[in-house]
Design a protein around this ligand. Structure first.
Ligand code: UDP
Ligand code: MG
Length: 345
């Protein structure tokens, strides 16, 4: 409908401003910030992380807690965290019974965070803590989700940049829920979005997608992603590849549906070809050659069937995991200065 025909001028900015103002009014004056930090074999990075983040938050006068989720580390990560949490009651440790993977660890941390606002963060300082201030400023403007956008990915290899670019393109073309490109888990989430997120029951936690699914007004803050301060990345090529498949399969059924169209095209071609052959036989009589075309048709059909079966298998496998409905994580214990509470799973 042309805008002129409306009795009033459409002012999108004013509408958004109205929404934001309503949220602004609900913002607590002195919010509690929960940093949720999953850790797996990070004994070297805990020191640099705390000595950077804590003074920064204290300087800005932000009330905070840090929820560390020890994701079954095999080194001295837990001992190191425990020692520090004894000295500072703002640090809490959720200790998982084994390694469940980053997404599960984040879920555990989100379930245990008490803050009005929540920021998932990597411990390797690749998510610059200086950004927290600007995240909170945008949140105060009324946005429920403020995400960090990685501008230049200098610190990533070329292969990782290219494959990430392709992933976002493919994901967004297939999934009804769009995820903004170059956005990681580093973001601020308001309590009301956290509560929605916590209601999502799936076992397959593709966090970026789940955050996007929740919706609400969101805004991005650009930043440059620095190098890891210490230690090594826990994600190799194979793990990233599986992560990408998990993301795609849990947010889109397009790969399943695609086979219908592939089948349709092949069936059409087959019918036309059959008509052609029959006509040719009727006109020119029987002609024996055809070994090559026969072989190609058989191989092609076989390959396509295996491929589509494989894709169905991807979904079936995930369905299997969802139906079993095992807990997303198992907690060995929650360690904090206050008397320990029974674990929530
Ligand atoms: N991590 C985790 N469980 C895992 C793997 C990683 O909790 O199974 C944590 C890790 O300790 C770090 C964060 O996830 O705090 C990001 O990991 P990393 O820096 O290795 O990933 P990258 O930045 O290379 O993508
Ligand atoms: Mg990292």
């Amino acid at each position: 409908m042309p805008e002129q025909s409306l009795p009033f001028a459409i002012d999108k900015d004013a509408a958004l401003e109205h929404q934001l103002a309503a949220q602004r009014a609900r913002r607590p004056v002195d919010p509690l910030l929960s940093l949720v930090v999953p850790v797996f074999n990070e004994e070297e990075t805990i020191g640099p992380f705390l000595s950077t983040v804590v003074p920064l938050l204290e300087r800005d006068g932000i009330r905070f807690e840090i929820v560390f989720v020890n994701d079954g580390s095999l080194d001295d990560t837990f001992a190191c965290l425990f020692h520090r949490s004894r000295a500072d009651r703002r640090l809490r440790i959720v200790n998982l019974s084994r390694n469940f993977g980053k997404e599960a660890a984040l879920t555990a941390g989100i379930d245990h965070a008490r803050g009005d606002i929540l920021i998932p963060m990597d411990i390797d300082l690749q998510d610059p803590p200086e950004l927290i201030g600007s995240f909170i400023a945008r949140w105060r403007e009324g946005y429920d989700i403020v995400y960090g956008i990685r501008t230049a990915r200098h610190t990533d290899t070329r292969a990782k940049r290219v494959s990430a670019g392709w992933f976002y393109r493919v994901f967004n073309s297939m999934s009804p829920v769009r995820i903004p490109p170059n956005v990681g888990d580093f973001r601020l989430v308001d309590r009301r979005a956290v509560e929605v997120l916590r209601q999502l029951p799936e076992r397959n936690r593709f966090m970026k997608g789940l955050f996007a699914w929740v919706g609400f007004n969101s805004v991005g803050v650009p930043y440059e992603r620095p190098e890891r301060v210490a230690g090594t990345s826990k994600f190799n090529f194979w793990r990233l590849w599986n992560f990408a498949i998990d993301g795609l399969v849990s947010f889109s059924t397009a790969p399943l549906r695609a086979w219908f169209y592939v089948g349709l095209v092949i069936a059409t071609v087959a019918v036309l070809y059959a008509l052609f052959i029959v006509t040719r036989v009727l006109i020119f009589g029987v002609d024996t050659p055809g070994y090559a075309s026969l072989l190609i048709a058989v191989l092609l059909m076989g390959a396509i069937q295996l491929l589509s079966l494989g894709i169905i298998g991807e979904y079936l496998g995930r369905l299997f995991v969802e139906v079993k409905a095992r807990p997303i994580y198992v907690i060995e214990g929650v360690y904090e200065d206050a008397p320990p509470k029974p674990p929530v799973t």
